[in-house]
Design a protein around this ligand. Structure first.
Ligand code: 9MR
Length: 310
């Protein structure tokens, strides 16, 4: 059996990676290089990782991911420019003036999106700005700058980057109140000609599965706005929603099939192997990825190949 990346000419399959594992773990590195044709830094391009110290960026880890991607001819999803989590401690306590906060946002977006111009193909410009109970999430950015912080982030990114610019969120994968909120948000950005190109549906699946038909319907309505849709952080924890590896494989097959039939051309799993995943340590289910902790291909791996037409 050949590699996953060779299965479909129309759909890229990616993974989120940790640069330290890429450097030190041969099995990890070999799996990423041979199986995937898209890549995201799980954490290395987040503000808190890039600029732990005020006034000084450290791009070493992020550059490693970028170089790896280039060497292996991979599509790069940059993650993420503006978020309410994993920002540097020195940004606290958020008592700066509006003008100063805006300058910090602009400088960060321009610095990072500018550095990876020509390398990052798609940026998650704004991540998780919609609250779980509706409306915009109360973040430091919203408090300091109002809802326009979203417009500004996209505009600053568009000024320096040739990447496709995405809004990315969780819990907005199928049809739900939150996915309606995300739809309304991005429809408004499109209507006001804010430079947005796409929407990332994270698709973290644990307590309950999202009906694949609902994912397809959501993809279709977003596509009708003229936006691209990517599945950006796919993982399926074994637990309440999917009891075992076979059920997990069935769900992967159905949801990847439904999303790609509806027009999704990029599907990224949130990690490589079950030994390194954020889900189990949060108690959100077990063994959520395509490779087990020995990097053996799981039933879910074969299911994704089938979903892509094999
Ligand atoms: O998987 C990531 C984990 O290692 C980090 O500790 C965490 C905080 O930065 O972020 C996790 O990734 C999140 C992603 O950036 C945005 N969507 C939800 C992901 C899982 O929490």
């Amino acid at each position: 059996m050949g590699s996953l990346r060779a299965v479909s000419d129309d759909v890229r399959v990616g993974c989120a990676v940790d640069p330290a594992s890429l450097r030190t773990d041969t099995d990890y590195r070999r799996t990423v290089a041979s199986e995937f044709d898209a890549i995201t830094a799980e954490n290395a391009m987040k503000w808190g990782r890039l600029a732990a110290d005020e006034g000084a960026y450290d791009f070493a880890d992020a550059d490693d991911v970028a170089r790896f991607a280039e060497r292996h001819d991979m599509y790069v999803r940059g993650h993420t420019l503006v978020w309410h989590r994993m920002y540097p401690e020195w940004l606290r306590p958020w008592t700066r003036s509006e003008a100063e906060t805006e300058r910090l946002l602009r400088d960060h977006v321009q610095t990072v999106a500018g550095r990876y111009r020509g390398c990052v193909d798609a940026w998650d410009v704004v991540n998780e700005a919609v609250a779980d109970d509706g409306g915009l999430r109360e973040t430091q950015w919203l408090n300091a700058l109002g809802p326009e912080y979203i417009d500004r982030a996209f505009e600053y990114a568009a000024g320096v980057s040739d990447a496709d610019l995405f809004y990315n969120d969780y819990g907005a994968d199928g049809l739900s109140e939150k996915s309606d909120e995300v739809y309304d948000l991005v429809a408004d950005l499109v209507a006001r000609e804010v430079p947005i190109d796409g929407v990332g549906l994270q698709l973290h699946v644990f307590e309950e599965t999202v009906p694949p038909a609902d994912v397809a319907a959501n993809v279709e309505r977003l596509t009708e706005l003229g936006l691209d849709v990517h599945i950006t952080e796919l993982d399926v924890g074994i637990g309440a929603a999917v009891p075992d590896e076979e059920a997990q494989a069935d769900y992967y097959r159905e949801v990847v099939g439904a999303a790609t039939d509806a027009g999704v051309d990029t599907v990224v799993t949130w990690g490589v192997d079950d030994g390194q995943s954020w889900l189990p340590e949060r108690g959100f289910g077990e063994a959520p990825l395509l490779f087990d902790e020995s990097f053996e291909r799981k039933p879910a791996y074969r299911a994704v190949r089938e979903a892509l037409g094999e």
